[in-house]
Design a binder for this molecule. Structure first.
Ligand code: SF4
Ligand code: SF4
Length: 106
């Protein structure tokens, strides 16, 4: 777990989700029913770094590289994904729904 990369709160309402497509171990996940507009990384992360350049929001960091203002997100990724039955790899539809929630809240 300690080596898993971290998605920070900069990930909000992203439509394209290219990070999901490049992850070789499918460890970038959505948590159903909670945290509806952000994705997280599970402990299955192999720290390959492939997802980092794919994120337009620059929301993904190595655990040792998380900026101080986002340090809370390290624990949030762990809490959001540990021992939960309601996590899954998001589909395109999930990402579109995230954007629709953003539009309706605007
Ligand atoms: S660092 Fe690699 S394994 Fe970890 S979430 Fe990113 S793409 Fe997936
Ligand atoms: S590409 Fe970045 S902003 Fe988009 S879902 Fe992935 S981590 Fe979030």
């Amino acid at each position: 777990m300690i080596d898993a990369y971290v998605i920070t709160r900069l990930c909000q309402d992203c439509l394209h989700g290219d990070c999901v497509d490049v992850c070789p171990v499918d460890c970038i996940v959505k948590v159903d029913g909670e945290f509806p507009n952000q994705l997280f990384i599970t402990e299955d992360c192999i720290s390959c770094g492939c997802c980092v350049p794919e994120c337009p929001e620059e929301a993904i960091f190595a655990p040792y590289d998380v900026p101080a203002e986002y340090e809370d997100d390290i624990e949030l990724n762990q809490k959001a994904t540990a021992n939960r039955p309601n996590i899954r790899v998001p589909s395109r539809l999930d990402l579109i729904e995230m954007l629709q929630r953003k539009d309706s809240a605007a």
